[in-house]
Design a protein around this ligand. Structure first.
Ligand code: B12
Ligand code: SF4
Ligand code: SF4
Length: 266
């Protein structure tokens, strides 16, 4: 019996970066003595309240199948094969940080927010685990595996802005950034992948970039934006100062700063 289970698991184990698992046909693993956690013991409302107590400004929930348009290897199910829901949470940046003349202020604030969101994600995983819900955190920023050195093109484990959109936290602007109704594009995004089915949030579709606005595209000094994606090589070369001591300092965020929805939808 043990051998049969073991060999079945081995045969059907999906290989990330190669093929996408079919979540609903895979047998759920019973690791670490946990009961199967397809049915959540906490409601989405309770999870949002926990996330808020941990310090997040807003939280939304997306079912894994909303990511079906993601490139192969970057679907939540490619990262965590029993993923059924993605819990996404945001934390705003103090608005004045982007106006500071010294770019170290903005860089440091960004790093602290990445750290804060990573900690919220980890704490949330532990809290859910106590309720029998299995979850894994994904990095808010770095590290990630995919890197094309020639194009200077990197990809996070999952795209956080697509995750936030899928979790009903806002829309994607022409500068590619998430615009949250309340906190605008100054919100940073964190997420965890959960193996339970949770009540999802509806996708936001009642606002968008004004048809005639191209402020962000025009403001980019290296024309890295086309309204859908970013030419990473152009952006990275211009916007990141490699300090001789080894630190990366963000020296440009114009596409973010010029957006009339920077601080939310009025
Ligand atoms: C690599 C990276 C960058 C790159 C690329 C940015 C980008 N827009 O993708 C560079 C160095 C340019 C960059 C710059 C900045 N970044 Co950055 N970055 C990341 C990082 C680590 C990975 C993003 C990624 O994987 N991009 C590659 C892919 C996803 O983008 P793409 O090639 O255009 O994707 C196409 C397809 O692959 C497909 N696709 C990909 N995934 C999916 C999923 C689904 C479901 C679908 C349907 C399609 C799809 O759709 C795209 C269009 O064709 C994320 C953190 C994260 N894990 O998401 C932060 C992140 C995007 N950055 C962030 C920030 C704040 C910035 C800067 C403002 C920093 C600064 N300089 O001040 C600038 C903004 C520049 C800009 N306009 O994007 C925030 C954005 C927050 C927000 N409100 O949206 C993020 C989300 C970090 C965070 N956790 O908060 N960044
Ligand atoms: S951060 Fe600067 S260089 Fe990069 S896309 Fe935005 S405006 Fe362009
Ligand atoms: S500057 Fe205009 S086009 Fe660009 S993201 Fe903001 S509203 Fe959209």
């Amino acid at each position: 019996m043990f051998c049969l289970q073991f060999s079945l698991k081995f045969i059907f184990r999906p290989s990330s970066f190669v093929s996408r698992p079919s979540y609903f046909s895979l047998p759920l693993k019973n690791v670490n003595g946990f009961a199967e956690s397809t049915m959540a013991s906490l409601s989405s409302l309770e999870i949002k309240s926990i996330t808020s107590n941990l310090g997040a400004d807003q939280c939304g929930i997306a079912p894994a199948e909303r990511f079906n348009g993601a490139p192969r290897g970057f679907h939540p199910g490619d990262i965590y094969d029993t993923c059924r829901s993605v819990i996404v949470f945001i934390k705003r940046m103090p608005p004045e940080a982007i106006r500071a003349a010294n770019p170290v202020v903005y860089t440091h604030t960004s790093h602290m927010l990445y750290d804060l969101l990573d900690r919220i994600g980890l704490s949330l995983c532990f809290t859910l685990e106590e309720q029998g819900i299995r979850a894994v955190p994904v990095p808010t920023d770095v590290p990630y595996l995919h890197w094309d050195a020639g194009k200077m093109h990197g990809m996070g484990l999952i795209s956080m802005r697509h995750a936030a959109y899928n979790a009903g936290l806002g829309i994607l602007g022409r500068n590619t950034l998430l615009i949250n109704r309340q906190w605008g594009n100054m919100a940073y995004i964190g997420a965890i992948l959960v193996d339970a089915t949770l009540e999802p949030d509806p996708i936001v579709n009642d606002f968008g970039c004004p048809t005639d606005c191209s402020l962000c595209l025009d403001a980019c000094p290296v024309k890295a934006l086309d309204g859908v994606t970013v030419n990473q090589k152009r952006c990275r070369k211009y916007s990141t100062l490699e300090h001789p001591r080894g630190w990366d300092i963000y020296t440009c965020s114009k596409c973010r700063a010029v957006c009339p929805f920077r601080l939310g939808i009025l």
